[in-house]
Ligand binder design. Sequence first.
Ligand code: BGC
Length: 745
Amino acid sequence: MNPKQLIKLLSLSTVILFAACAQTGSEIETRIDALLAQMTLEEKIGQMNQLSYDVSAGADLAQQIRIGRVGSLLNIVDPEALNELQRVAVEESRLGIPLVVGRDVIHGFRTIFPIPIGQAATFNPELIEQGAAIAAREARSAGVHWTFAPMLDISRDQRWGRLAEGFGEDPVLGAAMGSAMVRGYQGSSLADPGSIAACVKHFVAYGAAEGGRDYNSTNVPPHLMRNVYLVPFKAAIDAGAATLMTSFNENDGIPGTGNKALVRDMLRDEWGWDGMVVSDWASVTEMIAHGFAADPKEAAMKAANAGVDMEMVSGSYLEFLPELIKEGKISQEYIDNSVRNILRLKFRLGLFDNPYTDTSTPSPLYAPEHLEAARETATQSAVLLKNNGVLPLEGIRSLAVVGPMADAPHDQLGTWIFDGKKDRTITPLAALRDAYNGQINIIHESGVEYSRDRSTAGIASAVAAARRADVVVAFVGEESILSGEAHSLANPELQGAQKELIAQLAKTSKPLVIVVMAGRPLTVGDELAAADAMLYSFHPGTMGGPALVDLLFGAVSPSGRLPMTFAKEVGQIPIYYNHNNTGRPFQGTETMIDDIPREAGQTSLGNTSYYLDAGVESLFPFGYGLTYTTFEYSNLALSSEKIAMNGSLEVTATLTNTGKRQATEVVQLYIRDVAGSLTRPVKELKDFKRVTLAAGASTEVNFTLTTDQLAFYGLDMVRHAEPGEFRLWVGPDSAKGLETGFTLE
Ligand code: BGC
């Protein structure tokens, strides 16, 4: 037998072994019943308690586990220490129930992929699934059973720092990416050694924080909740997500962690979901600050009654659930159901049969194929926003590399990278030197040290470097700490002296390429005007450098598309493509501020909906992105002009690569429901496809549009499609495309 055959046989036998261990749902339920029957009330409540691992807790933590007061730990990533605590749980606690260990593995464990908003820009769910599977393999090897990801919060606000962690403004894109991540993390069985449980979060509407300020109140009404904010959650639950996290925000006066109507009534009773619900970090007792509970006891009561199974770190369940049950304020049945949900997760993960982390197998951390996948994802996630022909760089002899992000190994990893190592990051500068040393004179002058650096002292040297080079590439953007949880900005623009750096570089008249590496869509109108080309890379992770160099030099053509609208001005925010029309929509011929005659009459402007100073146009629409070729759309056709209820429609269009290079187009299908029982968005993405074409090649692109895709929760709060007229577009982004129409009968 040759080595390849041996490996095949070994992996096959691993699969068979695990298939043999994997249990059916009913076997698991029988084991849960048997265990539950033996548990005391204290042991049940202990399962509902999650603690954050603290190395200094030592013997005390072990004792808590031994007496059954801890069901889960988060933030322990030392497999040896975990195995010891697991041994205490399995061998020394009365019933031997294993611990389940959670961790924020958000965009990679050690091998860091682009931040999720960048992953969304790939419009490539298969790639995202592959990345999540890699993150799972690495994380489980370190003892992590469960990640607190994906974050499915729709965001329409570029100020909200946490949008970095989500998939942008569109529910259909969010649903596709979120389900792909769930499949990637969880694999075909949670009990496989390379799988971890996913946790969809934050339930719900957390991304609608007023003013984009993190943790702020939200006011999402029921129809919008169902038709937009809940869509990715429903899809990820249908994809098998094992757990869900409630949110910090209060919506319409009810904190996510105390929202019985959404958690118990909808998620459980209406959706029939049997996964496990965890609170966010101390979000149970934070209901006191919200003014929804007077004290920790009332907070525990409201969270448990709402259907939160496990409390993350704030300990009020442990302390108050026993007396709340005695007082009849929480039913025994609720407690039993929560414990069932927790035990079900542990059984599904195979922890009762296989509680320990195997430390003897070779480490998968930073495996070459993991790095390769991270590089591919970073490549596909970058969006070309402007190019007057300077890109791809060809035939240059010298290159000035400037800006604070050119060589920022920590910052290009992005937010939430607890386990990624900056010394494994390849920055653009390192990648350039690696690929072009000796061929191109690379002159590096950062000009501005870090993104918030206000000092202009280094700008003159950067300008001097630009003058000595054929082309200047400025890597600007945001340090990773400027986005993510609790990192919102009132002015999401380039910070520090970066704007000044760009302004001075532009004066040299050298071809100027700007690469933005950031955690969010920034308002970059001024920089765009100054640039000959702009490539936008949401923090691209470990392999960002080589990916960006490949794109700049044309080894690969850009294929990322914007998962969020870019605002021209911060005052336009919230700005998103799938908004409802007003009764007085902008016509495009309105008078702007400088053209208004003095003492003009009150009604002289036509009374439409726009800003006098900024209009309604975005800087770039959702779905936008250029590449190194041009694509033309033609022959849009529908299989019929009419579609029957429960039927479907075949949509075809011809796509032609009319340029000189092979490239990938993201073909996007949008519809508009012209009149409904509720007002409908002016456009809604319904499907998309990445299509790669050689120069000059042409292909037919097909979509099947079903009436289910046209359905929404209407006035009657029932999800169905409504008869009437629809418009349909197939095109390159949410603002352009060929248009036709059909009727739903
Ligand atoms: C965040 C969650 C995260 C949790 C655990 C909270 O602050 O909102 O998304 O999973 O901490 O680290």
